[in-house]
Design a binder for this molecule. Structure first.
Ligand code: PYC
Length: 432
């Protein structure tokens, strides 16, 4: 692999890539007449389960997988009102990073990145993790100060991040305009080499297949319509496919987290906003890192197929709408062009939106509630996808041990009443 002047690998690297997915292996499979086997078989909905997980996204499926794989708890149902990955897990921009602002956040997201790094091997599924580095540009002294702060916290937690200047940025992203002629000149950037992108739907499918192979039931098109609570503890859930008795319900939804929590009588400090993204037609590979500009409210990366994936801040008003808007498309395109004017002729192919459950401090809400057996893995704002593996692992531990493990202790629901917020707004990719 070519190595840059500072000793870092240059270009793309597939982390934890099993040899069976070699080009020759795939070609052999493609030319054979054998059907691809289904990833898992549908199961009947049982009248009871030890654990019911509401939400068939990466969080719910990862929790189901780790319950079975790490704790031998397999009498588990994942209930999804649409199809798996239909929500935020299939609507994000697939960016992974751990360059957060608080020590609690850095440790947590870094554990997720470590799990992502070996996910292809753990699940025996090609999740196409491309660990290509992540750059957050600073266009003002104030954002340079925040980047420096993040770099210091990252380093003290053993996470590779550093502040770099325009010459190094230009070397990493030759198409970027780093001249002082730019409307918002680039003064520096937080460079985070372990960050990258992954194939988000493969992550969902890989966890689903791994969980189902260990006995977990995945029920799609199964909407939860009520949660039965009696004597302060969970007794079961009501679904479109019938009632299910259970003593443990995990709310692992995004967009609908407050509605599910309301069913158990738990109020969440969460407001839901749409977050939009778009993808362009494919072009030759030219962008080998993820580039984020908080000032310009935009982030962009290039997929292995050559498409540019763009995103922005959440929409300015709370809503459950998942429609794209012209305002977003114009704004995101304009901002990308301010950074990379050479892309003027590239056409947008598609745009979409997902729902983000924002908490007051931009950190999640995880762990137990005042209702015995009703657990939370919610409030992910714009950070949910990158936290999938560690959340699944930690919530599985929480269920198995009956109490939250230390890695999520700071994210409890009680922190809002106690005033112990974990402020991660400063680590948002873009200003919200
Ligand atoms: O936090 O890196 C991030 C991010 C990108 C898109 C949404 N959130």
């Amino acid at each position: 692999m070519p190595v840059s002047a500072n000793g870092r690998p240059r270009g793309r690297r597939q982390a934890g890539y099993p040899a069976r997915y070699s080009a020759a292996g795939l070609l052999r499979r493609g030319l054979s007449r054998r059907e691809w086997p289904p990833a898992w078989q549908p199961q009947p909905v049982n009248s009871s389960y030890d654990v019911v997980i509401v939400g068939g996204g990466v969080h719910g499926l990862a929790c189901a997988y780790y319950l079975a794989a790490n704790h031998g708890i397999t009498d588990v149902a994942v209930l999804e009102k649409g199809y798996i990955g239909a929500g935020g897990s299939g609507r994000n921009t697939a960016i992974l990073r751990s360059n957060y602002l608080t020590p609690e956040g850095v440790r947590f997201y870094d554990r997720s990145l470590q799990l992502y790094q070996r996910l292809a091997t753990s699940l025996d599924y090609n999740v196409m993790f491309s660990q290509r580095g992540h750059l957050t540009l600073a266009h003002s002294d104030a954002s340079l100060r925040t980047m420096r702060w993040r770099a210091e916290v990252n380093k003290s937690e053993g996470v590779d991040s550093e502040l770099i200047g325009p010459a190094e940025i230009k070397r990493l992203v030759p198409f970027l305009d780093v001249t002082t002629a730019a409307r918002y000149p680039v003064l520096g950037a937080l460079y985070h080499p372990p960050g990258g992108i992954i194939r988000h739907d493969a992550v969902v499918w890989g966890y689903a297949r791994g969980a189902a192979a260990r006995g977990v039931h995945i029920h799609q098109q199964t909407e939860v319509t009520g949660i039965d609570v009696a004597g302060g503890r969970v007794r079961g859930v009501r679904t479109a496919q019938g009632d299910i008795a259970t003593r443990i319900v995990l709310n692992a939804t995004a967009g609908w987290s407050t509605l599910i929590a309301d069913m158990a009588g738990v109020r969440l400090p969460v407001t839901t906003y749409p977050l939009q993204a778009a993808v362009t037609e494919p072009v030759k590979p030219f962008l080998s890192t993820v580039v984020v500009s908080g000032t310009l409210h935009v982030y962009v990366s290039q997929t292995d197929r050559g498409e540019l994936v763009l995103g922005a801040s959440v929409d300015p008003f709370p809503s459950y709408s998942m429609r794209g808007s012209l305002e977003f498309a114009e704004g995101a395109a304009g901002h990308v062009l301010e950074l990379m004017p050479a892309l003027a002729k590239v056409r947008l192919l598609r745009q979409w939106a997902g729902l983000c459950d924002m908490t007051p401090d931009f950190s999640p809400i995880m762990g137990t509630t005042g209702v015995d057996g009703f657990l939370l893995d919610v409030g992910w704002g714009t950070y949910g996808f990158k936290a999938g593996p560690v959340s699944g692992e930690a919530m599985a531990q929480c269920i198995a041990a009956g109490q939250p493990p230390p890695i999520i202790a700071a994210f409890s629901l009680e922190r809002f009443a106690a005033g112990a917020l974990v402020g991660e707004k400063g680590a948002a990719a873009v200003g919200h």
